[in-house]
Design a protein around this ligand. Structure first.
Ligand SMILES: C[S@@+](CC[C@H](N)C(=O)[O-])C[C@H]1O[C@@H](n2cnc3c(N)ncnc32)[C@H](O)[C@@H]1O
Length: 336
């Protein structure tokens, strides 16, 4: 699923599914939101339990075909919308009490297989990278942003050590040729001081571009904030992430809302801010060796979850402040 190396068999394996089912206990019924429907692995598994309802969304309109099959079988228990999870509040929930919101971040196997999207450095296709409901493509980014902006994107969204050299070589090449997926791979290979031993040289730059094109940082932050707002007490937020930048944002968000300290030591105890979330486990849940054997891309997955224990006060401004640096990089797209 969410990795640039494709699993050898094409059967769909929803990542950490058993762990998610044991957290949300669908056997007791309830209404759930599958925020990244994809091919519907989680929704399908939840709907097997008779007293459940699922609201699903995905930014990729191609998910609709998988959603239609589920709708036929579960007419009054399953609802799909082509929507970004950053717009969760636009979902028509008819005042439903939500038991859990589930996010399985990144892209799906069918998206990466689709060469027209140019998501994989293995594919020969245009540099596109749009997952759906986007404003611009990777080609526009590569062809229009200045060297210093590209460098920032590669450095902070991909942790690419040779970001400066890659950005410089892109500028040189784009004056001569249109840069497609394989041309970008060649530029990256040429720019690397040392070949990566464990991963393909192009992994980090491709990750950075995909995050930038799909505005994944603000999507994630809005998804986190809006989930807390939608939930009532005892509701759950569950995130499966695949790279350290996503995991850092989720961890920081969960900590900020679960470790509120007194704003001042001179305030009486009853003035102490209440925690909004509680973390059942501080450490992430990882896939078992069996799951990794069956579905190798699951090896980088991390699951974190939290339970809402108090109603939310105004916490958004503080959260946006914490991630302002990353959001400023994302906002470089305004130059396009
Ligand atoms: C890893 S796949 C999910 C797979 C799914 N759990 C399954 O079992 O099929 C991630 C999905 O999330 C979608 N996605 C990514 N970012 C999104 C966003 N901001 N809003 C809505 N969907 C998003 C992608 O289009 C993709 O279909």
């Amino acid at each position: 699923m969410n990795a640039t190396i494709l699993p050898s068999d094409e059967k769909h394996h929803p990542v950490l599914l058993n762990e998610i089912l044991s957290i949300i206990s669908p056997q007791n019924g309830g209404t759930f939101i599958d925020c990244t429907f994809g091919q519907g692995g989680y929704s399908k598994a939840i709907l097997k339990f008779p007293k459940t309802k699922v609201y699903a969304l995905d930014r990729d309109n191609n998910s609709k075909q998988f959603a239609l099959n589920l709708k036929i079988k579960n007419k009054n228990r399953f609802f799909f919308q082509n929507l970004k999870f950053g717009d969760l509040d636009k979902l028509d929930l008819e005042n439903k009490k939500i038991k859990a919101l589930i996010f399985d971040l990144g892209f799906s196997y069918s998206q990466i297989k689709d060469y027209k999207r140019g998501l994989s450095f293995m594919s020969e296709g245009p540099l596109d990278m749009r997952m759906g409901l986007n404003e611009f493509s990777a080609l526009e980014v590569i062809n229009n942003l200045e060297q210093k902006d590209l460098e920032l994107i590669f450095k902070f969204f991909g942790e690419e050590k040779d970001s400066k050299r890659v950005a410089k070589n892109i500028i040189l090449e784009r004056q001569k040729n249109l840069i497609d997926t394989q041309k970008l791979v060649k530029i990256i290979n040429k720019s690397k001081k040392k070949n990566n031993k464990k991963t393909h040289n192009a992994t980090k730059v491709f990750q950075a571009l995909r995050i930038f094109v799909n505005k994944e940082i603000s999507e994630l932050i809005k998804g986190l904030i809006k989930s807390v707002k939608i939930l009532e007490k005892n509701g759950l937020i569950i995130f499966v992430s695949f790279h350290s930048l996503e995991d850092k944002i989720i961890k920081t968000f969960f900590r900020s809302l679960s470790e509120n300290k007194k704003t001042s030591r001179y305030l009486p105890d009853n003035e102490e801010k209440k925690n909004i979330l509680s973390l059942i486990k501080k450490k992430p849940i990882l896939p078992s060796n069996e799951e990794i054997k069956l579905n190798s891309p699951s090896r980088s997955a991390k699951l974190r979850y939290a339970i809402k224990i108090n109603n939310d006060e105004n916490f958004e401004a503080e959260i946006y402040r914490k991630f302002q640096f990353l959001l400023d990089i994302e906002n470089l797209s305004e130059k396009l």
